[in-house]
Each structure stands twice: as C-alpha cells, then as structure tokens.
Design a protein around this ligand. Structure first.
Ligand code: ABF
Length: 236
C-alpha cells in the first residue's frame, strides 16, 4: 500500500535516509533502543552500526518490533534483546504511514502494528521518522487504517467496522490467502473518510475484544522527525 506523494521515489528515499540518520544521532551510550519496522526505521540501522563501530555506543542494545528489523540489526552486528530484558526502553525509533498536524499517526502498513505499539509505549521517547510525503491534514486522507483482528472474531469485527464507516478489506498475500501477522491474526485495511477525531475512533477500537490492535497512534509520539526538500525538522 503506497502513500501517494508529490516526491519522486529517489527524493523520498533520500528524505527517509536523512530522517533516519537524524534519529540515529539521538541514541546514546548504554541506551535500550526500540526499533520499529519499515524502510525509514531500517535506514537508521547502518548509521547506528557505523556509530557503534566508531565506539560511540558502548552498552547500547536494540529491541526490534518485527522479525525483519531483528534480521537487519543482527546483520549489522548490533546487539539484539527482547522486551523482557528491557521493559523500559530509553527511546524507540519507528516509521509511520500518515501523520497529522497534531503528531498523531497511522502505522501498520507493514503489518507489525501491535508490536510497534508495544515498543512505542514501552519507550520514554517515541521518535517517528518519516519523509515529508507522509504529512497529511487529517488521518485517513491518504492511507487506510490497519486493524488487526483475532480470526475467531473476524465476521463480527468486520461487521462492526462496516457499521462505523471503516469499509474494511482483508489484507491478502500474493497467493490470495489472508495475510497473517506474526501472531496469526489477520489485518483489515479500513478506508475511513478523513478522521475528524482520531482519539474517539481509537477508543472505540480499543473497546472491541476481537480487535487485537490498530494502527492509530494517538498522542504517542514524543517527536516526529520529518525530512523534505527544506531539510530535516523535528516536530515536538
Ligand atoms: C512501519 O513501517 C509501519 O508502521 C509503517 O506502516 C511503515 C512505514 O514504512 P516506510 O518507512 O517504509 O515508509 O513503521
């Protein structure tokens, strides 16, 4: 699912690298660092590896939210741990699919939304890294909202999502089967109209037992690092 952007793929890739490098510079020696998912967060890995190789990050270790990120960290020679080893993270670096002016985000385009939210909430500072193409006046203007559903509850949660205007479609694998998350759940991508009140929607999704997670990150980001044609900005 691609977010429409006014920037070329090459420009966007450069912005992602710039935002990731900026966030990687926030990591300090001895920190426990949560690492999310997606190409922007992964772009921080080589920068962190270079810093570690220069001896700048003694005692720093990394808690990945997804298998893909764990592999990237291991390949780069960075120390990886689980959340049980570090229940309080100093900082988490993660990407986003869409960001509103208040810093609320839609995440989960990569399917790791629940674990991303867990490492985000476990951190004293959640730093979101993004290219300027992710900025939007209202969430759901440019990206559907991923909702993770326990398969047992699938029919009833799809009915609920339709009733509240979510227009859900089940995310599929290339072979046509429903895509499964790392915990065996399925994802409904919900094409809501642009959201007037993301917090209210988050509350109603949180109240559903069959909803294992959703991609609305309301008030969770401490800092949004956005890179665009004018350089890198921090939105606090
Ligand atoms: C993760 O990666 C997800 O929550 C989000 O869906 C995605 C962003 O991807 P990218 O950085 O590749 O644009 O952070």
């Amino acid at each position: 699912m691609d977010t429409p952007s006014t920037f070329s793929p090459e420009e966007t890739a450069g912005f992602k690298r710039a935002a990731a490098a900026h966030a990687a510079a926030m990591v300090e020696p001895g920190m426990a660092v949560g690492m999310g998912h997606g190409s922007t967060a992964v772009a921080a890995v080589p920068v962190l590896a270079e810093r570690a190789a220069r001896g700048e990050l003694p005692g720093t270790y990394f808690v990945p939210a997804a298998h893909f990120m764990a592999e990237a960290l291991r390949r780069a020679g960075l120390p990886v741990a689980g959340l049980d080893d570090a229940p309080v993270l100093d900082i988490t670096i993660d990407g986003a699919d869409e960001i509103d002016p208040a810093g609320n985000c839609i995440k989960g385009g990569g399917g790791a939304l629940l674990y991303e939210k867990i490492v985000g909430q476990a951190a004293q500072r959640l730093v979101i890294v993004a290219d300027a193409g992710k900025l939007s006046p209202r969430l759901c203007s440019r990206h559907a909202l991923p909702v993770e559903i326990t398969p047992f509850a699938l029919a009833s949660e799809l009915r609920f999502l339709r009733r509240i205007g979510g227009n859900p479609s089940l995310r599929q694998r290339p072979d046509g089967d429903p895509m499964r998350t790392e915990r065996g759940n399925v994802i409904a991508d919900c094409a809501f109209a642009p959201l007037p009140d993301p917090a209210a929607l988050a509350t109603s999704l949180d109240a559903r037992a069959g909803v294992a997670g959703h991609g609305l990150f309301v008030g969770l980001a401490s800092c949004i690092v956005v890179a665009g044609p004018d350089g890198v900005r921090e939105l606090e």
